[in-house]
Write a protein that binds this ligand. Structure first.
Ligand code: APR
Length: 240
């Protein structure tokens, strides 16, 4: 029996499925990944110049404008067949499938997935850089890049997890619980090099299936590796 047929059998038999996704999940929507050679974002930009609090404090306009460019790009793309297959499976089988994503593009949510555990935040959301004071009103910020409070100068920043920052506790705890209780984990489109997200694949109670056209850092955690693309494979795997 082919590996894909095996994994589809695991899907059918699983009462609880966790899906852990990374940037490759959105690649077929046209969103660049981070580490794919040449096309990856980190091939063009240095993450430590853009995706850390220190970088933002040192060059707020540069970092803000880089995220604004990514926000515009994400707003123009659509969820792909893989996102839609996951969302439709959730609707056909309420409570059986939990989406855990490292992605900040909001495409799972836009495809109709519910209860998405967004471990690294959402690029469409902002939050205050420093603890907001009574004068900090998000509806009355300056039009600058980045917007800031006109009274105290507190800046807005993207509500995403930067390198060195803690993940949202509630989302991570729920993701760990989903891994600990799942009968099957599908690991889709992640290089598996960033923790604690990648560590969830080693916590999975049941079978682990990796879906990735390239070798990944989580292949050794897998009981099956499907060398293919998310939008091509997921509709068949989640068709029941
Ligand atoms: N379908 C499935 N997987 C794909 C596809 C596709 N169509 N295209 C590429 N991939 C795979 C690549 O082979 C690679 O293994 O997606 C993976 C993308 O890896 P990364 O670019 O490292 O992205 P990710 O694993 O999500 O990065 C994790 O690192 O920079 C931080 O916070 C950022 O959330 C991100 C985290």
């Amino acid at each position: 029996m082919s590996d894909a047929a095996t994994v589809r059998g695991w899907v059918r038999a699983a009462r609880r499925i966790a899906v852990l996704t990374g940037a490759g999940m959105s690649a077929e929507s046209g969103v660049p990944t981070f580490r794919d050679a040449q096309t990856g974002l980190w091939a063009k930009f240095d993450p430590h110049q853009l995706a850390t609090e220190e970088a933002f404090r040192a060059n707020p306009r540069t970092v803000w404008d880089w995220y604004a460019m990514r926000r515009e790009m994400v707003a123009k793309v659509e969820p792909n067949a893989g996102h839609i297959a996951i969302a439709q499976f959730q609707h056909r089988h309420p409570g059986r499938l939990t989406v855990i994503t490292q992605n900040v593009d909001g495409l799972h949510q836009r495809a109709g997935s519910e209860g998405v555990l967004a471990l690294h935040g959402n690029i469409a959301d902002d939050k205050w850089l420093d603890a907001p004071r009574s004068c900090c009103n998000i509806d009355a910020v300056s039009a600058d890049h980045p917007p800031h409070c006109g009274r105290c100068g507190n800046m807005l920043r993207p509500d995403v997890v930067w390198f060195g920052e803690m993940l949202p506790v509630a989302a991570l705890t729920a993701a760990e619980e989903a891994a600990d209780s799942c009968d099957l984990m599908l690991v889709v489109g992640t290089s598996g090099v960033v923790y604690p997200a990648a560590g969830l694949a080693y916590r999975a109670r049941g079978h682990v299936a990796v879906i990735n056209p390239e070798p990944s850092g989580l292949d050794d955690a897998a009981h099956a590796v499907l060398r293919g693309k998310a939008a091509e494979l997921l509709p068949g795997l989640l068709a029941d």
